[in-house]
Design a protein around this ligand. Structure first.
Ligand code: NAD
Length: 262
């Protein structure tokens, strides 16, 4: 019996265009997401932090249907605006966007939260949280028919995770920003969600002291394995598309059930 119907796949991203911010190299969570978006048929634009990072990002984007690759350090005035300007000029619209970036100065990341410097706290908050709101504001006019905005958080926002330190309050703020943005943009059919993966060995993760202990703990999660960038990518691709049309303001764990135990 022929089971093919004319119902569009809820997982297809054919004809959709998305921006991916946060690819550092082949191990990045943003890389797993970009590959999944591409596998579902999307065309992409991507960014790199600086000239040093560019070849590592290009090694990933060269294998994707990537229409443009631009520099973007969210601390540098005008660079985010240039990226969204390129999306507007090239595509005339944007269907989805992934924010997968975070940073805290080592001195603050490695100390107690109560000892965090005002400058370090502000920089971590600006790069890891407020940049998502800036991207959201730039995406909004490019999504007249709606769209999907995504960011990446961690359960250190809710629970005290050893050595996650200042990133805990920063991710808590990011998750709250997701909820407020979802409420503010819902009437425009713009959905805003965060994915909360379990620990994954990436370059950013290597900045967290004793990260191996987090990986060891995660291996005892109900599913008894570590999350991968492919696991995160699969959810991101779903959130980007029509199948997730009623999902907004959510923080979705991709951690094999570890959040149940924390
Ligand atoms: P990664 O090192 O591959 O990616 C981090 C990205 O942040 C890099 O591409 C880097 O260039 C970018 N970045 C840092 N400062 C920036 C700035 N000023 N402007 C623009 N980009 C900047 O590491 P990752 O683990 O893939 O991190 C992606 C996201 O996932 C982060 O938000 C991180 O907190 C989150 N996350 C990671 C894990 C994990 O275990 N790896 C778990 C949960 C959440």
């Amino acid at each position: 019996m022929n089971c093919i119907t004319s119902t569009p796949s809820p997982f297809s991203l054919a004809g959709k265009r998305g921006l991916v911010v946060g690819i550092a190299n082949e191990h990045s969570i943003a890389t797993g997401c970009a590959r999944a978006f591409a596998a579902c048929g999307a065309r992409l634009g991507a960014t790199y932090l600086n000239e040093k990072a560019k070849p590592h990002v290009q090694a990933v984007t060269d294998e994707l249907p990537c229409d443009f690759l631009l520099p973007c350090d969210v601390e540098k005035p005008g660079e985010l605006e240039a990226v969204f300007g390129e999306a507007a000029q090239r595509w005339g619209k944007l269907d989805f966007m992934l924010h997968a970036i975070a940073f805290a100065p080592a001195a603050d990341l490695h100390g107690r939260v109560v000892d965090t410097s005002p400058e370090g706290f502000a920089q971590a908050m600006d790069i890891s949280c407020h940049s998502f709101l800036r991207m959201t504001r730039l995406a909004e006019p490019l999504m007249p028919d709606g769209g999907s905005l995504m960011t990446i958080t961690f359960q250190g926002s809710e629970h005290v995770v050893p050595n996650y330190n200042v990133m805990g309050p920063v991710k808590a703020a990011l998750e709250s920003a997701v909820r407020y943005a979802a409420a503010e943009l819902g009437a425009k059919n713009i959905r805003v969600n965060a994915i909360s993966p379990g620990p994954i060995a990436t370059r950013a993760a290597s900045g967290i002291e004793k990260f191996n202990e987090l990986l060891d703990a995660a291996e005892n999660a109900p599913e008894r394995r570590l999350a991968t960038i492919e696991d995160v990518g699969a959810l991101a691709a779903f959130l980007a598309g029509g199948g997730a049309g009623m999902l907004t303001g959510t923080i979705i764990p991709v951690d094999g059930g570890q959040h149940l135990l924390a």
